[in-house]
Design a protein around this ligand. Sequence first.
Ligand SMILES: [Zn+2]
Length: 90
Amino acid sequence: MFQCPHCGKPAISALKKTILGPGVPVACQSCGKTIKITYPAWMKASLPGVLVMVAALFFESDLLVYGLSAVGLALMIALHLLWVPLVKEE
Ligand SMILES: [Zn+2]
């Protein structure tokens, strides 16, 4: 669970945060106030994974293309969970 910036209690699950995009605020499970993520933080966390997936397109081997794409996707999800802070929706 990720902490709510309003009440400090668990706000959303990791799965829900994974699919949370900037500009799509959600309600905290504990207090019901609206929380969101910001575009700059989201883009910064997405970039390494996107770069790996783009790099994968330059390989001839299917195994490498699919392997690197999977790594890129995993990286995007992991960095999204680690780097993107939940902020208050004003
Ligand atoms: Zn809350």
